[in-house]
Design a protein around this ligand. Structure first.
Ligand code: TXA
Ligand code: MG
Length: 343
């Protein structure tokens, strides 16, 4: 199959393809998703296959209207209603209990009694959902294990030949996947299963106390969001985290260079001006800004991974694990397998 890059003006081609059960990648504010009709079992199976994704890892259902969710979910709590009113469309995914297991093909939910929903903040994709009159599954449109795609080119790189097309909406602004919040346990406080751009603090301002799944901060494996247990976001080139001490940077670069390694940096521009002797760089922000760093992290990992001749090591800057820094570090720790530079 020849994969087409679909221009926004040609959106009707994407709409027809989705209706026909084809796979079309769509832009969102977070990362590109791999779209298919969530009620078409074969189309959803093809999504897992195109990504090479383990089938016990459930998918997010993307909607353009809140009412669409009521086909699958009995009703909304006040908490859920407030969250949707405040943060949608936006980078927040909510997990609800399903009416019953027959409302969705079990491939969507990995056989769970719950399902994840989100309304993405991207006009093109909202109209794709609306015009096709389908709700869409949308895992990140990368080959399973690689960094999530933040441009149509990234999607094409991973999935060309395997999907109908990519609706090209330019670069994603947020850069990491949505915050996943579990609202499915009536006896438990809402719990963050995956950190994202919408922080615990922002959620708490709207709904009061929110729990953080313990596995996000501890170094343990197998957190509750099924997808979080898999190795993720890893480029082929090893990644090492550098704690933000200025002297460490030059020392680390020199350490690897002495050992004849080609060194790439993922760092902010201000810090870059203080070091020499590296082989390549991808700038994450101008002056150590975590929002910008988050936006560019996956693109930076991909870009440095594609260099010829290839790099031997990528040194990446850390942030403190609070607010948006938690989402950034969650992805970077996975990409680096928690490896930190130490003297
Ligand atoms: O920003 C995003 O969320 C992007 C864009 C494309 O919308 N999508 C995305 O999808 O990141 P995916 O499939 O790569 O990640 C979905 C996450 C996984 O960690 C999955 O385990 C979790 O949501 N998830 C889905 N359904 C769940 C459920 N019923 N219970 C718990 N976790 C669930
Ligand atoms: Mg993903």
């Amino acid at each position: 199959m020849e994969t087409k890059i679909i221009h926004p003006k040609e959106i009707n081609e994407a709409v027809e393809a989705i209706k026909a059960g084809e796979l079309v990648s769509f832009p969102t504010e977070t990362v590109y998703g791999l779209g298919a009709d969530a009620t078409n079992e074969q189309a959803v199976k093809n999504v897992y296959q195109a990504k090479g994704r383990p089938s016990d890892n459930p998918l997010i259902i993307h909607v353009s209207e809140i009412e669409q969710i009521l086909t699958f979910v009995e009703n909304f709590s006040k908490t859920a209603q407030k969250l949707m009113d405040t943060f949608w469309p936006g980078p927040l995914t909510l997990i609800f209990p399903l009416k019953n297991e027959k409302v969705l093909p079990s491939v969507v939910t990995g056989g769970l009694q719950t399902a994840a929903f989100r309304m993405p903040n991207n006009q093109l994709t909202l109209s794709l959902i609306e015009k096709s009159d389908k709700v869409l599954v949308g895992p990140s449109a990368n080959t399973s294990g690689l960094p999530s795609p933040t441009t149509a080119e990234h999607v094409y790189h991973d999935l060309a030949g395997k999907i109908f097309g990519v609706l090209d909406g330019g670069s994603c602004q947020v850069g990491v996947e949505s915050t996943v919040l579990d609202l499915s346990q009536p006896n438990l406080q809402p719990t963050i299963l995956r950190p994202g751009a919408i922080t615990k603090k922002q959620l708490e301002e709207v709904i009061g106390p929110v729990l953080m799944d313990e596995h996000i901060l501890s170094e343990k494996e197998a957190p509750k969001a099924p997808g979080m247990k898999y190795k993720h976001y890893s480029p082929k080139t090893p990644v090492v985290m550098i704690d933000y001490l200025e002297s460490n940077w030059q020392e680390a670069i020199d350490y690897y260079r002495i050992n004849e390694k080609k060194v790439g940096l993922l760092v902010n521009e201000k810090q870059l001006s203080k070091v020499t002797n590296y082989d390549d760089v991808y700038l994450l922000s101008k002056n150590r800004n975590v929002t910008e760093a988050m936006q560019h992290l996956f693109a930076g990992l991909r870009s440095l991974d594609e260099k010829t001749p290839s790099l031997d090591i990528i040194l990446a800057e850390t942030y403190s694990e609070k607010d948006e820094g938690l989402a950034y570090m969650n992805r970077l720790k996975k990409a680096s397998n928690q490896k930190k530079y130490q003297k």
